[in-house]
Design a protein around this ligand. Structure first.
Ligand SMILES: [Fe+2]
Ligand SMILES: [Fe+2]
Length: 190
């Protein structure tokens, strides 16, 4: 098979939009090594993304605390099944918190676990609820708040930070399931 003329040189021509400047990438990687996984082509405003992530982290922590409280306080008809559901959700919110904290570190930031200001940083609220139906309602409200804010964050990230966006997309899918679970539980009680 004969070679197409010019086929070999095509990849190095700067007019080709798909050319990857490996030399520059390698140089930048060395120069900015302390930035960890955040390279020169990172398209988002890092400080903004870190702030969004830390607010989301606070939200998840508050959700863990609320579901834990509800898990231990669930009493009344069918409370065992509902308490188990609360425990499952608490564990999943903890997983979300961990993924977000990990991403914050990857982006060169510090995850904020300080109890001071947790309530202000969090999007959703810590509501105890006086009975099982109340607890389910409070969780449904909190999930709906999380869903809306995560959708906004995903929209903001767009293709500027695909990894963080994907993480939030995965978390959002679980929050939607959580909201659905709470709505189902509520249906049987009203
Ligand atoms: Fe969550
Ligand atoms: Fe959730």
């Amino acid at each position: 098979m004969s070679k197409l003329p010019g086929a070999q040189g095509a990849a190095t021509q700067s007019s080709d939009p798909f050319v990857i400047d490996l030399k520059k990438i390698r140089e930048d990687a060395r120069k900015h090594m302390s930035d960890g996984s955040v390279t020169q082509s990172y398209g988002a405003d890092r400080e903004t993304v870190l702030k969004l992530c830390n607010d989301a982290l606070a939200t998840e922590i508050v959700c863990v605390l609320r579901y834990k409280r509800h898990h231990f306080m669930a009493k009344g008809i069918n409370s065992e099944a509902v308490a188990a559901e609360f425990a499952e959700h608490a564990a999943e919110e903890q997983e979300h918190a961990d993924s977000i904290a990990e991403r914050i570190v990857q982006l060169g930031g510090e995850p904020d676990f300080a109890p001071d200001g947790l309530k202000t940083r969090s999007h959703s609220e810590y509501k105890e609820g006086s009975n099982l139906t109340d607890m389910i309602k409070e969780n449904l409200i909190a999930e709906r708040i999380a869903i809306d804010t995560y959708r906004e964050i995903i929209r903001y990230l767009g293709d500027k930070d695909v990894t963080t966006r994907r993480m939030f997309e995965d978390i959002l899918a679980v929050e939607e399931e959580h909201a659905d679970d709470m709505a189902d539980l509520l249906e049987g009680r009203e």
